[in-house]
Design a protein around this ligand. Structure first.
Ligand code: NAP
Length: 299
């Protein structure tokens, strides 16, 4: 599988695997190792995390498993995030869900993630959500220290609008390498709010979370989702593939080098995402899905 270059130091696989739902999969440490091995065999060597996933438990579940497979742990790349503070039994001092992008919290959170993941470094650290109380100068200072110490190779953001991205970039010594945003046939907002255009302007790949709309397309409980699903079926039949493959192919056709993050623990569904790399949708098929999602023709 192609590697997408984020910087001189970091490449990510063209498809990334996401660990948000790991607790739902009920995997033993050996099964986690097996899933990671199978992903690597398919060419997916990058795994997406966040400190808060699984109520602050996913990094540890993953790290405890991969700690028993040290060679594999060294082979893979890890993206993780910080900046959200959840109300949780694991964080009894948080009485309200809030953001914290202070220097001290970023440093503490990375050190904690490294311990839990049982790694010496993180390939890419993202600020999980734009923080209305953020001080970009302070975030940049934390990033500089973490990079100098070799704890984080590169930095990016998630769910940032272009002006929020620019405000942070202005204080940084090195370029932000990605913006992880929600993009799917059912989530078009990032095409229209400037986030994808900014990535194209500065030549960085966006990472797409919930590329299958969090599974909601399959359930198709609303008229809109049903309309999209019907068009997906029509196109999938033309290629003789499943509709999830068309959803991935729709993202992969975009010239911004969108990196989909697969959210399933079932290897056959991961394989589907990989197969989508071979599907080249026509421009009209791409727009058929756009129109189905928007509910109106392009002007
Ligand atoms: P997704 O691929 O849109 O949704 C995954 C869901 O779809 C799972 O419940 C999966 O069920 C279901 N699914 C997949 N294929 C299916 C099929 N053929 N039929 C029926 N159901 C199917 O991705 P996601 O999990 O929402 O997000 C992916 C990753 O993005 C996360 O793991 C996380 O790393 C990242 N993320 C980031 C943010 C952020 O703010 N930065 C937010 C959300 C997510 P099964 O488990 O049964 O396969």
């Amino acid at each position: 599988m192609e590697q997408i270059k984020l910087s001189q130091e970091v490449n990510l696989s063209a498809i990334v695997h996401g660990m948000w739902r790991l607790p739902e999969w009920n995997l033993s440490p050996n099964e986690i190792i097996r899933l990671v091995e199978e992903c690597v065999e398919l060419g997916i060597d990058t795994f997406d995390h966040a400190d808060i996933y699984g109520d602050y438990m996913v990094e540890e579940l993953f790290g405890n498993a991969l700690g028993q497979a040290k060679t594999l742990n060294q082979k893979i790349k890890v993206v993780t995030k910080c900046g959200i503070k959840l109300r949780s039994k694991n964080r009894p001092d948080h009485y309200i869900q809030h953001y914290d992008t202070s220097y001290d919290h970023i440093i503490w959170s990375v050190e904690n993630s490294l311990k839990k993941l049982q790694r010496d470094n993180i390939d890419v650290l993202l600020i999980h959500r734009p923080d209305p109380l953020s001080n970009p100068e302070e975030i940049a200072e934390a990033f500089t220290k973490l990079k100098k110490e070799g704890k984080v190779k590169e930095f990016g953001v998630s769910n940032y609008l272009p002006h929020q991205f620019d405000a942070l970039q202005a204080y940084m010594d090195s370029p932000l390498v990605t913006n992880q945003i929600e993009i799917s046939v059912a989530a078009l907002q990032e095409f229209e709010n400037g986030a994808i255009s900014l990535c194209q302007e500065i030549g960085i790949p966006p990472m797409a979370w919930s590329p299958l709309a969090g599974g909601n397309i399959f359930k198709a409980e609303t008229h809109r989702f049903l309309t999209i699903k019907n068009v997906l079926h029509k196109i999938a039949e033309q290629y003789g593939v499943s509709i999830d493959q068309i959803m991935y192919a729709w993202l992969l056709k975009h010239p911004a080098n969108i990196i989909p993050i697969v959210g399933s623990g079932k290897i056959e569904r991961v394989q589907s995402a990989v197969n989508a790399l071979n599907i080249d949708l026509t421009t009209q098929q791409w727009f058929e899905l756009w129109v189905a999602s928007k509910g109106e023709n392009v002007p």
